[in-house]
Unconditional design. Structure first.
Length: 156
């Protein structure tokens, strides 16, 4: 198992991971947002006006990309936002999601130890983050799309 920085050559693998998790964990409408995120990475730009810096990684197992996850440092807030954490559906429940979570938390703490770590997730995955110590701050029904509630979470 290896975690490394994302490169433009990884774009198709990241889309494949995403689609392997539709419709159980992601709404199809979110794929356009992922595409914008990856395009920004491919062109060395920031995908969101609130982002100061962007970081994205892929997880390989025997030379196959099976997961991806990122975060960004917010420009005007003392926060680091976890995003696009995903593991190919065929590799769920094997600890890879936790590996990606821990890797990002350690990276954030190395880069900016005082930053509050946050994430947005759905009702289908918030329990995963709770098991890792994150707390629910708010819930917006249908906040991502119809049937996908938005859970705002933070790491105390």
């Amino acid at each position: 198992m290896n975690i490394r920085e994302y490169t433009p050559a990884d774009e198709t693998a990241c889309h494949n991971i995403f689609t392997s998790n539709i419709p159980k964990y992601f709404a199809i409408e979110e794929e356009e947002k992922l595409g914008k995120w990856l395009h920004a990475l491919n062109t060395n730009t920031v995908p969101y006006s609130s982002a100061q810096s962007v970081h994205f990684y892929v997880l390989e197992d025997t030379d196959k990309i099976i997961g991806a996850a990122g975060f960004y440092m917010m420009k005007d807030e003392n926060k680091a936002q976890l995003n696009w954490g995903m593991v190919n559906h065929d590799y769920h429940h094997k600890g890879f999601g936790k590996v990606l979570f821990d890797y990002r938390i350690n990276k954030i703490r190395e880069m900016a130890p005082a930053r509050q770590i946050t994430t947005w997730t759905s009702q289908y995955t918030y329990k995963f983050y709770e098991k890792l110590g994150m707390k629910v701050e708010s819930i917006t029904p249908n906040g991502f799309d119809y049937g996908f509630d938005k859970y705002v979470m933070y790491l105390p």
